[in-house]
Design a protein around this ligand. Structure first.
Ligand code: AMP
Ligand code: MG
Length: 421
């Protein structure tokens, strides 16, 4: 069963990139919530907001190693009596009296009566290890009233939102949450993609090549790209292009959030993916008006009463990678609850003339550099065929050449999708 959607037909039944994205993206939402150890939560999206459980810092404390004093007692060259010492972990109930000082270490609570901390460097006392310390101190340099005191609640006030739900958890956010003694958080689950290469000629790197065979470079690139997007992948065995292969296609896939196959989706004699999808479910669309990457199938299969979407990527290396960027990465972001699912785009001047006569949207591999005077410049890689992996290795962006432009002249401006994080 083909054509669930009322698709705009262009260029021999191919649909536009935007239409394909709209159809695919509309089928995916953020996954459910799960409890996670805070220490393992970097890169997840927070599902429930975190509020400050108490003022942070919880008490007025010293920003310096030095002496807690009463500002009104300070005078240059005056001696104050040292009546005690507090370390970061200790507190004192002593109330500071006139012309007294307490040795105080960074982070220690400010004793009652004190309103200022004067650091060691501004006295005749040096930092000093051990239990004994001088019982008086001479003020050498003045400070201002309130100096070197970190006020309670200056970071967060009790009840204040520390992290909103929907935020991507970063190392500083983990630190802020941990400050309140919280060690578990609710996060959005991460999707797992079943990744399956197809082809009688495809062999896993690490194995021995026989004549006519090639290594499976695509699943290595795509699995790494899945990982970089924050999602997980499950690498399946390479499928052969025959009935036996097709029968095994969906083995062990029903725990995954998405099935991605590579290859076998064109119009060749051995391209069996579309038939396989149709056997277990239906195809939403096949074929996108773009290059590289025209033969892409999007369908849905029923595995043990669970509906799972299947994206059949084209086999050519650059095609599969570009299609991953345009159609899969955004839905992996969406499933993780990430709000901005798109890559950054810039507008850049191209350095060469390009002809685009077949009316397809072209995604050109380019290296973008920023020039002080001319802005972004995109140099177009000299080989743009869909099997040339080096075109991606030596590029940092995909310049979008609209389908209706037959010629792009050197110096014309194109939008470029930046492939870097
Ligand atoms: P297909 O669509 O299966 O005919 O594949 C198109 C081209 O991509 C063929 O030359 C395949 O050998 C090649 N190809 C398919 N899958 C892979 C893969 N996983 N790694 C590298 N090349 C592949
Ligand atoms: Mg093949």
């Amino acid at each position: 069963m083909i054509l669930e959607h009322n698709m705009k037909k262009i260029n021999n039944d191919l649909i536009s990139v935007e239409e394909a994205q709209k159809i695919i993206f509309s089928k995916f939402n953020s996954l459910g919530e799960v409890k996670k150890k805070l220490i393992d939560s970097s890169g997840y999206v927070l599902a429930k907001e975190i509020k400050a459980l108490f003022d942070l810092p919880s008490k007025n404390n010293s920003a310096m190693d030095g002496f807690a004093v009463r500002f009104e007692d300070l005078e240059k060259n005056k001696s104050l009596k040292v009546v005690g010492r507090v370390g970061a972990e200790s507190i004192t109930n002593y109330v500071l009296q006139k012309d007294e000082a307490i040795r105080i270490m960074t982070g220690s609570g400010i004793p009652n009566g004190a309103d200022t901390v004067i650091q060691f460097e501004k006295t005749n006392n040096n930092p000093h290890k051990g239990d004994d310390y001088p019982d008086s101190v001479i003020i050498k340099d003045m400070v201002n009233k309130g100096d070197n005191i970190r006020l309670s609640g200056m970071d967060y006030k009790a009840g204040q939102t520390v992290v909103e739900s929907g935020m991507l958890i970063t190392p500083p956010i983990i630190g802020a949450i941990a400050s309140f003694g919280i060690d578990e958080v609710m996060v959005i689950k991460k999707p797992t993609v079943s990744l399956i290469s197809t082809g009688n000629e495809i062999v896993m790197p690490g194995e021995k090549l026989k004549e006519g065979q090639i290594f499976d470079s695509n699943s290595f690139a795509i699995s790494s790209a899945i990982k970089n997007s924050g999602a997980n992948f499950k690498m399946h065995k390479i499928l052969s292009d025959n009935k036996a292969g097709v029968e095994k296609l969906y083995d062990d896939c029903n725990q995954s959030d998405l099935i991605v196959t590579i290859g076998g989706v064109s119009k060749g004699d051995f391209d069996l993916i579309r038939d396989a999808i149709t056997e277990k479910g239906n195809i939403n669309f096949w074929g996108i008006n773009m290059k590289p990457g025209k033969p892409l199938a999007f369908g849905q299969v029923n595995l043990n009463n669970k509906e799972i979407f299947h994206i059949g990527l084209p086999g050519n290396s650059v095609s599969s990678y570009v299609c991953f960027e345009l159609f899969i990465r955004p839905i992996l972001m969406k499933m993780q609850g990430i709000k901005n699912i798109y890559r950054r785009k810039v507008v850049a001047r191209v350095d060469k003339e390009i002809k685009n006569k077949d009316g397809r949207r072209a995604y050109l591999r380019v290296m973008v550099n920023k020039d002080e005077k001319q802005g972004y410049l995109a140099s177009i890689y000299n080989k743009q065929d869909s099997n040339i992996f080096s075109s991606l290795v030596y590029s940092n962006g995909l310049a979008i050449c609209p389908e209706e432009y037959k010629v792009i002249k050197s110096g014309d401006q194109l939008e470029v999708i930046m492939l870097e994080d």
